[in-house]
Design a protein around this ligand. Structure first.
Ligand code: COA
Length: 147
């Protein structure tokens, strides 16, 4: 990824989640190149890195799971269903590939994200003590039902 795009992603995560993503963080996340990653681009600003309005990164987990590692939408364009569209697309693509579960971690204090994921069929499974540097986390998961 070009450095100026990486800087923009770091700014987006810092602004919307408070998390600091360094180059090491990006590398350690080990996100594969696959259908589970999406970026939201404002075409009117492309190819500037400022055109980047959202990111979703996922990873495969065990035999039949997908894990959402990061999801962020710029506050300027939140509440426009972009987050929902990204989650719905990844759920549908995962079902088609025969995956059975989706899971993620979320801060205990991030009620908005918990509600958002609940609307997409995920439930809080358990508390992860001190998962974040200053806070507990919840593991949320859902079953990917075949239609
Ligand atoms: C959580 C997040 C990804 C949701 O993305 P989004 O694009 O805003 O999601 P959607 O527009 O699909 O739905 C979000 C909200 O918009 C509302 N909404 C969607 N379309 C709407 C419409 N046409 N009119 C009114 N409200 C609408 C939904 O009810 C929902 O309500 P909420 O305020 O309780 O969340 C986004 O808020 C975000 O980036 N938050 C900060 C980072 C974060 O917490 N990430 C998750 C960490 S695990």
């Amino acid at each position: 990824m070009p450095t100026n795009w990486q800087v923009k992603i770091t700014e987006l995560f810092k602004a919307e989640t408070g998390e600091t993503y360094t180059e090491t963080t990006f590398r350690m996340l080990g996100i594969p190149e696959w259908y589970g990653n999406k970026i939201l681009i404002d075409e009117s600003k492309y190819p500037s890195p400022n055109s980047l309005m959202g990111v979703m990164w996922c990873k495969p987990l065990l035999e039949d799971r997908i894990r959402i590692v990061a999801l962020v939408i710029d506050s300027e364009v939140q509440c426009n269903n972009h987050g929902s569209n990204a989650v719905t697309e990844v759920i549908n693509s995962s079902k088609l590939r025969g995956l059975n579960h989706i899971q993620l971690e979320v801060r205990k204090s991030n009620l908005r994200a918990q509600n958002f994921y609940s609307r997409h069929g995920l439930k809080i499974e358990h508390t992860m003590k001190n998962y974040y540097s200053n806070e507990d986390g919840y593991m949320m998961s859902g079953t990917l039902h075949r239609d």
